[in-house]
Design a protein around this ligand. Structure first.
Ligand SMILES: Nc1ncnc2c1ncn2[C@@H]1O[C@H](COP(=O)(O)OP(=O)(O)OP(=O)(O)O)[C@@H](O)[C@H]1O
Ligand SMILES: Cc1ncc(CO)c(N)n1
Length: 459
């Protein structure tokens, strides 16, 4: 086995497990690093509060660092909660000789409000730690504290960044998690260069315990793996965003981000392929589906949890084709990235309805429309005529744009069971049925088939 890149975290322990050393080690492991740790302080903490802090002597904290460095080759490190001036002094004296990149997350206050840096340690943090940082990652309140200025506008962020850079770090990332906007922008600044925005979509959640710790560890792991700073920040943000989207409530306070999210997603891939395969067999075994499927290609799209690209949605490599007798030919094999149209539609629908996991192409002619109506299944229509110029009919681009628009414009998007494409010159009208899981998709198709055949035993 090749050696894993070693990432050292120098931080406090969070007994609740969502932030601090615990978040750091989970992040480092998930992103392919080997995590070593120097514990600066123990916090008695849960999701709601920090109820106590117990710090070892500065000498013992330094002994942990010296002992790790004497034996283990560290490829990158991060600091988090450093707690007191003596601890900072003792660590800095050793870190001055470091040969690896260091990310300094100047943790001051827990998300739940507990103070994690003593007031008289602020100066030591600035004087001793900032000059050692390859990247400093303050959130907005921390940037305000260290610069002594109020940050209310983008210009203020840039000015604060300049002031922080003067304190010695090679680069600064001012995190925007605490600002109030649709996208979250973290501003990356280096001396003499224009600020660079790193944007992610804002996740509507209060499960943000440990976001800062997770991001700084993820960046350090990227650096340890040899990424440059820009790529390490981007990868770190992507990981954090997925972990935020799949966060969950653990106790009374803001829940933790889900560090395991990439693994959960990966593990689901096998199950999704199996379900696509089963679905194809069931469809192929049913005669009389002529009215249900379009004359051209149809496909099924099934997404893994937290899917965010076509690579996360499976279908059949060649889709479905109906023969003149109404038999379905399943073409090819289950594959991720296969069904461009149905998958693009599903991904866009999931932006409004994240619970949707499946979509399937049906014929858009009167029989199916009539059946949907008779079954009281709510439909929304995509607007081929109203599409902007850059939206072509290729590769699912229309479905990606049209599906989102149709759901966004609908008065009650949560009630929509199918999205219609009216078709046009050379385009066959189609309907995409939407479902939260495979069982539901099969049930809906059965209802439609029953309605079409007026025969309760079909499909
Ligand atoms: N709701 C959100 N949606 C998307 N990204 C977010 C959200 N909240 C925070 N982030 C991102 O999380 C990272 C940490 O930002 P934040 O400003 O919350 O740091 P922090 O306050 O140091 O974190 P901590 O809660 O661990 O103290 C940043 O990259 C930020 O953009
Ligand atoms: C130990 C520790 N470090 C950092 C944070 C910041 O979220 C926290 N809550 N607890």
């Amino acid at each position: 086995m090749d050696r894993l890149p070693c990432v050292l975290t120098i931080a406090g322990s969070d007994s609740g497990g969502g932030a601090g050393i615990q978040a750091d080690l989970k992040t480092i492991t998930m992103l392919g690093g080997y995590g070593a740790s120097v514990i600066t302080a123990l916090t008695a903490q849960n999701t709601a509060a920090v109820t106590g802090i117990h710090a070892p002597s500065a000498k013992f904290v330094a002994l942990q660092l010296k002992t790790v460095l004497d034996d283990i080759k560290v490829d990158a490190a991060k600091t988090g909660m450093l707690f007191s001036a003596p601890i900072i002094e003792a660590l800095a004296a050793l870190l001055e000789k470091k040969t690896f990149p260091l990310v300094v997350d100047p943790v001051c206050v827990a998300t739940s409000g507990g103070k994690l840096l003593q007031d008289d340690a602020v100066e030591a943090m600035v004087d001793r730690m900032f000059p050692l940082a390859d990247l400093l990652t303050p959130n907005l309140p921390e940037a305000e504290l260290f610069t002594g200025m109020r940050i209310e506008s983008r210009e203020d962020v840039f000015l604060a960044g300049k002031l922080l850079l003067k304190m010695g770090p090679k680069a600064v990332l001012i995190k925007g998690g605490h600002a109030d906007s649709l996208a979250v922008t973290d501003w990356y600044m280096t001396p003499g260069a224009d600020p660079i925005p790193f944007m992610q979509r804002r996740v509507d959640t209060d499960c943000t315990h440990g976001t800062g710790c997770t991001l700084s560890s993820a960046i350090a792991t990227g650096l340890a793996r040899g990424l440059d700073m820009g790529a390490a920040i981007l990868r770190g943000q992507e990981y954090l965003n997925l972990a935020l989207r799949s966060g969950y409530r653990l106790g009374e306070g803001g829940g933790p981000v889900n560090h395991l999210a990439p693994w959960t997603k990966e593990r689901a891939r096998g199950d999704v392929l199996t379900s696509v395969d089963d679905f194809g067999r069931r469809l192929a075994a049913r005669p009389g589906l002529r009215d249900m499927l379009p004359r051209g290609r149809a496909n099924v799209a099934v997404a893994v949890p937290f899917a965010d690209s076509l690579r996360d949605v499976a279908g059949f490599s060649g889709g479905f084709i109906t023969s003149a007798r109404g038999m379905v030919d399943v073409v090819g094999y289950p594959e991720f990235g296969a069904s461009a149209r149905a998958a693009s539609l599903l991904l866009s629908a999931r932006r409004v309805r994240p619970e949707l996991q499946c979509a399937m192409t049906l014929a858009g002619g009167e029989p199916v429309l009539g059946a949907l109506k008779a079954l009281n299944m709510e439909m929304a229509w995509m607007d081929w005529e109203g599409r902007p110029d850059y939206v072509t009919g290729e590769d699912g681009r229309f479905e990606e744009w049209g599906g989102l628009e149709a759901l966004k414009d609908h008065a009650a998007p949560e009630t929509v069971r199918a999205l219609g494409d009216p078709g046009g010159l050379g385009r066959e009208p189609t309907v995409y049925v939407l479902a939260p899981d495979m069982g539901e998709l099969v049930a809906v198709l059965r209802e439609i088939a029953d309605e079409l055949a007026e025969n309760p035993d079909e499909v």
